[in-house]
Design a protein around this ligand. Sequence first.
Ligand code: NDP
Length: 445
Amino acid sequence: MQDVVEKVYEQVVTRNRGEVEFHQAVHEVLESLGPVIAKHPHYAEGALLERIVEPERQIMFRVPWVDDAGQVHVNRGFRIEFNSALGPYKGGLRFHPSVNAGIIKFLGFEQIFKNALTAQGIGGGKGGSDFDPHGRSDAEVMRFCQSFMTELARHIGPSTDVPAGDIGVGGREIGYMFGQYKRLRNSYDAGVLTGKGLAWGGSLVRTEATGYGTVLFAQSMLSTKGESLEGKKVLVSGAGNVAIYAIEKAQQLGATPITFSDSSGYVVDEAGVDLELLKQVKEVERGRVADYVERRPGARLVTGGSVWDVPGDVALPCATQNELNGDAAATLLRGGCGVVSEGANMPSTPEAVEAFQKAGILFGPGKAANAGGVATSALEMEQNAGRTRWDFATAEAKLTGIMADIHDSCVAAAEEYGRPGDYVLGANAAGFTRVADVMIAHGIV
Ligand code: NDP
């Protein structure tokens, strides 16, 4: 790291004590900026780097709610409005017991550059709560969402800040939050949230978009070597929104996904994942991965280790941050893995990323590879603003085009800054320069 960049990083660590995931995300971006600043020193002027690592606004609030037994719970809500240079803050809401300020800040920071890569005029933000929806009734989830939105509503709006889903927040939660927002505002602002139901302003392909995009990114990376996903064995982690639709698109492109997981263990299904069964278990029944194995002869459940212990050609981490460490990366490489495309945000630890890059395999970082979700959220906003609806093929064609453009921007930036094939540098440099140029144009704000 260059001196100037090192100083900014040290400041981030000092001012955001204990927020280790945020430190990790900032380090990864700043580390890539050495060659960019060496070539364009003006990016280090006007405290631009100091400003870009400081959220424009951080909101933290109490979320009291009553469970079915009449007991009162108090959770903590967050919304980090990180950077609005390119457009309204945009990024998901995560409901998971591990949520804290550092996690939301890391996600919001990543989101700035990811959203810039989509070239759709959206700024970066993220939010959520340490609420755990697992095992809660629909009525409890609804009361929680209503309480959460009662505070959040004063900070968001179609031109200000547009949240979406993330871990623990899907169509059901977006529905409850939208209902409460509409009631509080007495205004049908469809564009205030994305990931909505199709009958009330949602976009076709939004549900599929992140997983599809991650696989399309893998396919684009493979095409630079004259290869494709056809016939490849694919390892997927997670069994949520991103994982399910990564499996679907991989199957459509002729690959064979053989694993998935949740926090109770992982499943190996050598015959290839039965997607209809997985959707039934996870999307309809909200069950555990063991429920799949019970109904699928030949599939096995493993409760220790991780999907990365299984040999395969392509790895798609689609669960959560830091789920793939240096040891797992070494095991994957020994097993013959030649492509990693990140569906989750920051799923690979710095040691894992280093191992992949040293081995010279194709590595697509989340901020590029999983940008299809937010890109399709921006398409949803576009349809809401125009009071129009596109069919599936139109929305999917737009997503495919955006993913190809993101891939090509990463390739071009990696070449421009002297590290061809380095998608980490490419994504960070291309995303950063787009945001930085506009921050400079807007003056010191
Ligand atoms: P879901 O809640 O739909 O699914 C998350 C999956 O990952 C579940 O199977 C969950 O298992 C598992 N998981 C989550 N946390 C852990 C953990 N700490 N340990 C083990 N397993 C875990 O979330 P999404 O699919 O939407 O999100 C997955 C990842 O993709 C996240 O990193 C998210 O930030 C990222 N992402 C999502 C986008 C979207 O459009 N949804 C867009 C871009 C990125 P269990 O149910 O047992 O907890």
